[in-house]
Design a protein around this ligand. Structure first.
Ligand code: HEC
Ligand code: HEC
Ligand code: HEC
Length: 340
């Protein structure tokens, strides 16, 4: 059954959407009218969540943050519904329209759903947006997570699949497809935001052995703190001795704009899109007063070897590239007097 934009738009205003497969003409309204299906236009977010977890999450992400497994390299990327701005400016009709008709020229294809499911999933999308206050509450709850309590829970309930050290190699793992997540993989750190881990523990990963976990709120945050400590970085590379080669800030800038801005921010303000809810937050290179005394050798080591227990993973760059980056990072500092 096809829904025209007009039907949906006028229905949104009327409050109730009446659909008939037998195309009733208003003239022949008799008591025994053809079978009519009524769609509740308020939408049921709970039912919508089910639809979302079947149809939408692979692109828009389990947490609604646009970071689903199918999203890598997608242009434009899937909408991040957790951003308070994402749907704020959109009317109900526009949202329904995007789902029914898709967004031509993007990966958002028309979603083959029945009308009630469309209205329900749209209602669910609205629940994903986090206000700055909720964001703050989440960050606070994440910072209270107790790693040791998380470790105890993990070693009683998670290791048979995820492995004793989180490498995804527990005794039950060989039988599982897809395999259990490997929490030691530094390349997955960006995707594993606090919001996403929280959502997985609450809702599981549909279609996999990762079932929703019966946990209290506190237990979830304790586990998240522990999971985050399982990332393993490669061995420390040699840091060159006394001589500090002059890096080339121009080529450093090129690398920075590809690999570093998502956390450290395009101007070194630590406000990149991946930095939200990151604990500890990325270093703010724009803070000249704080950064001017940081030794270049320590920065080089942070870039090459990462900083254990943080999202700063080893960057797999040559020494030359790392020095170029250090030179560029120095140009990001702005004295307080320069800040408008
Ligand atoms: C194959 C990947 C993919 C799937 C599956 C998918 N989407 Fe999308 N969706 C996208 C992309 C990419 C965009 C961004 C398009 C753009 O920026 O114009 C998008 C945009 C949207 C928008 C428009 C937001 C706006 O700014 O107007 C809505 C609403 C939406 N998706 C809802 C859904 C729902 C609901 C489902 C599941 C029923 C779903 N999407 C499934 C990729 C996907
Ligand atoms: C029966 C096996 C099994 C058990 C028990 C299990 N998991 Fe999982 N888990 C999986 C599988 C399989 C996946 C991979 C799903 C996928 O590929 O998307 C997964 C994925 C995850 C993810 C998502 C990681 C990511 O970034 O994609 C998290 C978080 C997670 N598990 C946490 C836990 C925690 C915490 C526990 C214990 C309370 C636990 N799991 C118990 C099988 C299990
Ligand atoms: C996934 C997010 C992420 C990415 C990507 C990232 N960083 Fe970081 N970085 C961090 C975090 C978080 C810290 C702060 C760790 C802490 O406070 O201990 C940090 C710290 C650093 C530090 C240490 C600063 C100091 O004074 O101690 C340097 C240097 C650095 N990053 C450079 C880079 C460069 C260069 C790149 C790109 C090649 C990069 N980072 C990419 C998250 C990231």
């Amino acid at each position: 059954m096809k829904l025209s934009k007009l039907t949906l738009l006028s229905a949104a205003t009327a409050g109730v959407l009446t659909l008939s497969s037998a195309a009733p003409a208003s003239a022949q309204l008799k008591p025994e009218a053809p079978r009519v299906k009524t769609v509740n236009m308020t939408g049921d977010p709970k039912a919508g969540e089910k639809v979302y977890l079947q149809t939408c999450w692979s692109c828009h992400g389990l947490a609604g943050d646009g970071k689903g497994p199918a999203a890598g390299g997608m242009k434009p990327p899937p909408t991040d519904f957790t951003s308070a701005e994402a749907l704020k400016q959109r009317s109900e009709g526009e949202i329904l329209d995007a789902i029914v008709k898709g967004k031509p020229g993007t990966a958002m294809y028309p979603q083959p759903l029945d009308p009630q499911s469309i209205v329900d999933v749209a209602a669910y999308l609205r629940t994903l947006a986090r206000t700055p206050l909720q964001e703050k509450t989440l960050i606070e709850a994440l910072s209270r997570g107790d790693k040791e309590a998380g470790r105890l829970l993990y070693s009683s309930r998670c290791w048979p699949c995820h492995g004793p050290t989180g490498r995804g190699n527990g005794p039950a793992a060989p039988a599982l497809k897809p395999p259990p997540a490997d929490f030691s993989d530094p390349d997955r750190v960006i995707a594993r935001t606090g919001a996403r881990l929280y959502r997985v523990l609450t809702a599981g990963v549909p279609g996999t052995a990762m079932a929703p976990q019966d946990l209290t709120e506190k237990e979830k945050f304790d586990l998240i703190a522990y999971l985050r400590s399982l990332v393993q970085y490669s061995e420390i590379k040699n840091v060159p001795g006394d001589e500090t080669p002059e890096g080339d800030a121009r080529s450093g800038k090129e690398i920075y704009e590809k690999r570093c801005w998502s956390c450290h921010g395009s101007r070194g303000e630590a406000d990149g899109p991946a930095a939200v809810a990151m604990i500890p937050p990325p270093t703010r290179f724009a803070d000249y007063e704080k950064m001017k005394d940081r030794p270049s050798a320590e920065w080089l080591s942070a870039i090459q070897s990462g900083l254990a227990g943080t999202a700063m993973y080893p960057q797999r760059l040559t020494d030359r590239e790392a020095w170029d980056l250090v030179a560029y990072l120095r140009t990001l500092g702005r004295r307080k007097s320069e800040v408008p």
